[in-house]
Design a protein around this ligand. Sequence first.
Ligand SMILES: *Cc1c(COP(=O)(O)O)cnc(C)c1O
Length: 361
Amino acid sequence: MIQVGSPAFIGKEREYVLDCIDRVSISGGRYVEWFEDSFAEFCGSKHAIACCNGTAALHLALIGLDVQPGDRVLMPVLTYIATANAVRYCGAEPVFCDVDPDTWCIDPSAAGRQLELARREGKRISGIIPVHLYGVPCDMDALQNLAERYDCWIVEDAAEAHGATYRGMKTGTMSEVGTFSFFGNKIITTGEGGMVVTDDDGIAARVRLMRGQGVDPERRYYHRVVGYNYRLTDLQAAVGLAQLETFEEHARARKDLGKEYRKRLLLNFQMQAVTIGACSAEWVTTIVFKKSVEKERVVSELNVLGIETRPFFYPVNQMPPYKSKESFPVAENLSRLGLILPSHYRITLEQVEEICAVVNG
Ligand SMILES: *Cc1c(COP(=O)(O)O)cnc(C)c1O
């Protein structure tokens, strides 16, 4: 079976993991600190705080910004469920908006309309979570303008966009807080894992506090607040550090693969456009069909050949916890017609040929 996503260990993963075992340090420890320090340097951010997954990273970011029950948070309707769930964990409510028909990331004009509507109705939106979907950075200039005009914070969900840039800045560093996931299908992975990045000392301190059960930094086993156990283990950080050391090669592999797909795919599919001024991480290669029967044909023919594909996300407001009657035509169309092709380090040129032959029909 050729999988859609799969990790690759091309660095010192084995050595570092064995080192943890030899030194009998498998919970918190030095690799967590090294991984955090290296990730902060990689992003160019002042703080990087590792945690157990990307969803926890989002939750911690929102806690760091003091999101309260009843707060309303704007996000694209086309995203992974985690973005919305993290808001609900705080007792806050997600407000959805449609995505851009070309980049498939949050549409700044749709976002502006939601913010204006909320202001008029006196139902203030306190923050925005742009999602750099499939590795493509959002239009951050437009979003920052909105954030200023409507007095909102921004948390970038950069789970799928490690190392992508917008006007030379790394995703995750263009707002109050950025979050990353290191799940097994992401560009670099720790199996399960996440990271919060910020330049704000206060947010960083609060995130660290709440990651570790809210224990008083000065007084062992003394807790002033209800925190969470959202820690990453040293074993995971050991893998993460080795992955980060080989980041350039992982990133290049994704970009080369995207190029090879684009060379071979016919022009009768829509492909994701990159935001002006941005450089995509090209996490996955995606195509959008003109008709759903075409998509179904490709999915089943590839499946027979043992080649896995993955559909796009459902618009979040179509699922029971977030059900609403609002209509988001762009996201609905993409969700119905979009398909993710196998995109990982070990996909060979022969496999790209085979996949494109089926897709092109
Ligand atoms: C992967 C992902 C997350 C976080 O996922 P975890 O599985 O909790 O690490 C959040 N947002 C998006 C857009 C993602 O793709």
